[in-house]
Ligand binder design. Structure first.
Ligand code: ADE
Length: 228
């Protein structure tokens, strides 16, 4: 079972966001656990300040190292081995399905969410094992990226998806986009469901789906086919 630990200044944001739907159900069913630690609780001053000006000048405030380090120590104190610690940053490697799959094997994962103009480099050097981005754009903080990654990883953990097949056929699991899908009614606004899907011939259906997967990937994400 994977335990997700989030170090953040906004614990309610991540917990509220992840407590719904499939991930919320998985938490209730003890398939995964999600804990959020408020970095501000480790401020070490009565004002709760966790940020300060940047040495060398420049705009904006930086998160100080000590509160983050103390929050990390408190979360890891009962762990038998040092966990992977993911810092969400646009400077990281771009997160993708294969990284999610690898991380879903871990027993503990820590996500450090930055704010303001960033985090003092020294604490990153001390605790971070993985720098991960969700794409080439800049958000105001690391919480949404952490939620995106946790949602993606958690649904790959055993028992989280009830229909075991649903993580097998989907987009990216085989390097391709998923084929188009249809449900009732058989005709909608004059548009018919492809007849092969109503034929009951499973070999034909599988062939059609493979073809469609490839066609769709060529049209929409040809970059995925590079090097195939
Ligand atoms: N923090 C701010 N922008 C981000 C991004 N694109 N990915 C991960 N963390 C971020």
């Amino acid at each position: 079972m994977t335990n997700f630990h989030i170090l953040t200044l906004f614990p309610d944001m991540v917990l509220n966001g992840l407590n719904t739907s499939v991930i919320g159900r998985a938490i209730k069913e003890n398939k995964i656990s999600i804990q959020a630690t408020n970095i501000r609780d480790f401020a070490g001053n009565k004002h709760g300040h966790v940020d300060d000006y940047t040495y060398g000048g420049g705009a904006g405030m930086l998160m100080q190292p000590q509160p983050i380090y103390d929050a990390y120590q408190s979360v890891t104190k009962n762990m038998t081995k040092p966990p992977r610690v993911i810092y969400t940053t646009p400077q990281g490697k771009v997160f993708k399905q294969s990284i999610a799959k690898e991380l879903s094997q871990e027993e503990n994962l820590i996500f450090l969410c930055g704010h303001y103009e960033g985090v003092d480099e020294r604490v990153l050097e001390l605790i971070v094992t993985d720098y991960l981005s969700i794409g080439d754009y800049v958000l105001t903080g690391g919480e949404l990226p952490a939620m995106v990654m946790i949602d993606t990883i958690a649904r790959l953990c055993p028992g989280v998806l009830h229909n075991n097949d649903s993580a097998e056929d989907e987009s990216f699991s085989n390097g391709l986009l998923e084929y188009p899908q249809y449900t009732r009614p058989p005709v909608f606004m004059g548009k018919e469901v492809p007849p092969v899907l109503l034929s009951g011939n499973h070999q034909k259906i599988n062939e059609w789906r493979k073809e469609q997967s490839l066609k769709r990937t060529k049209e929409r994400r040809p970059d995925l086919l590079d090097g195939v």
